[in-house]
Design a binder for this molecule. Structure first.
Ligand code: NAP
Ligand code: GLV
Length: 308
């Protein structure tokens, strides 16, 4: 079995070693050392135009990430070849950590106490009503469901939104445009874990952000283009939103002159909320390759119509 591995990263050799160990029956080649060969499977970090020809002959393309929005820029992605994304592979735990930090930080007012410390003031506040601190999760997929469950287990009233109706224990589930409009007014925190598709691009604009209650916070862990960045700035500057934690941006790396860098109500992280982990990712993909070789069905195949 021949596997093409395209990882434009200094860790590429570590990935090759891990795949060779997990699939000893396979010959694993790093792009471009065997760029013209016939491959059974391709494992890539996003698409590149150069290996479109090689992809046309593979049995499946595996993306080393959960989001696949970058693939639609490349028209050469062969229509008959399944595109398979990572499912969790160590990312859900990271997302739950990030979302729990952001939510607890806001709920327990740690930014306020940090400012009071800097000012040399001892000024305790009353405990807030947790039952009134609703947390909304946009996207109840692999990552969003884990995040919703983690926040539910911390005692927050959690609601979640998805395209199709979902049932998650202890989480109020909403779907569709009406569901979003019904859910947002109760969300003091809004955590975004949607895929970037034609249906979700620009979803977080002044209209939807305006449906959040005054003083709400936005946490975007998914893709930057889900958010209309100028609308967020407007909602923060008008005082409708209290703050935002952003891990993803329309343009990455975030340009040096972008207003988010120094905005007092915005905290940014450099696309690290769910980092791809070598061992669980290799184990997941190797398991799926073995299943495909045995003619079995696998999960994580991207729906090209829905684009996620
Ligand atoms: P997933 O399992 O495919 O879940 C996507 C969820 O979004 C599903 O619940 C889906 O609804 C919902 N959804 C899709 N389109 C919708 C629409 N138009 N309206 C309402 N709901 C919609 O994806 P995942 O593995 O949880 O990953 C989510 C995203 O996180 C990825 O696409 C990626 O962009 C991002 N991500 C970011 C990082 C990072 O480091 N920042 C890391 C990993 C992933 P249904 O359940 O009805 O299908
Ligand atoms: C990272 O952003 C991913 O989609 O896995």
């Amino acid at each position: 079995m021949d596997i093409l591995l395209h990882i434009p990263d200094p860790a590429a050799e570590a990935w090759r070693v891990a795949f060779a160990r997990a699939l000893p029956e396979a010959a694993v080649a790093l792009w471009p050392e065997r760029s013209d060969a016939r491959f059974d499977y391709a494992i890539v970090v996003g698409p590149t135009v150069e290996h479109a020809a090689a992809l046309g002959r593979v049995k499946a393309v595996f993306n080393l990430g959960a989001g696949v929005n970058a693939f639609w820029r490349i028209p050469e992605l062969p229509p008959g070849v399944p595109l398979i994304r990572l499912e969790d592979a160590g990312m859900a735990e990271q997302m739950a950590e990030y979302a729990a930090y952001a939510t607890l930080r806001a709920f327990r007012e740690f930014a306020y106490y940090a400012a009071e410390q800097r000012a040399g003031r001892w000024s305790p506040r009353e405990r807030r009503d947790k039952a009134a601190f609703g947390v909304g999760v946009l996207g109840l997929g692999v990552l969003g469901t884990r995040v919703a469950a983690a926040l539910r287990d911390l005692g927050f009233p959690v609601s979640g939104w998805s395209r199709s109706a979902k049932a998650v224990a202890g989480v109020r589930a909403f779907s569709g445009a009406d569901g979003l409009a019904a859910m947002l007014p109760d969300c003091r925190m809004l955590i975004v874990l949607l895929p970037l598709t034609p249906a979700t691009t620009g979803l977080l604009d002044r209209r939807t952000l305006g449906m959040l209650p005054g003083g709400a916070m936005l946490v975007n862990l998914a893709r930057g283009a889900l958010l209309v960045e100028t609308d967020l700035l407007e909602m923060l500057d008008r005082g409708h939103l209290a703050g935002a934690m952003l891990d993803v941006f329309a343009k990455e790396p975030l340009p040096r002159d972008h207003p988010f860098w120094h905005h007092p109500k915005i905290e940014i992280t450099p696309h690290v909320s769910g980092l791809t982990q070598i061992e669980p990712s290799v184990a997941q993909i190797a398991g799926k390759i073995r299943a495909l070789e045995r003619g079995l069905a696998v999960t994580g195949i991207v729906d090209r119509e829905r684009r996620y």
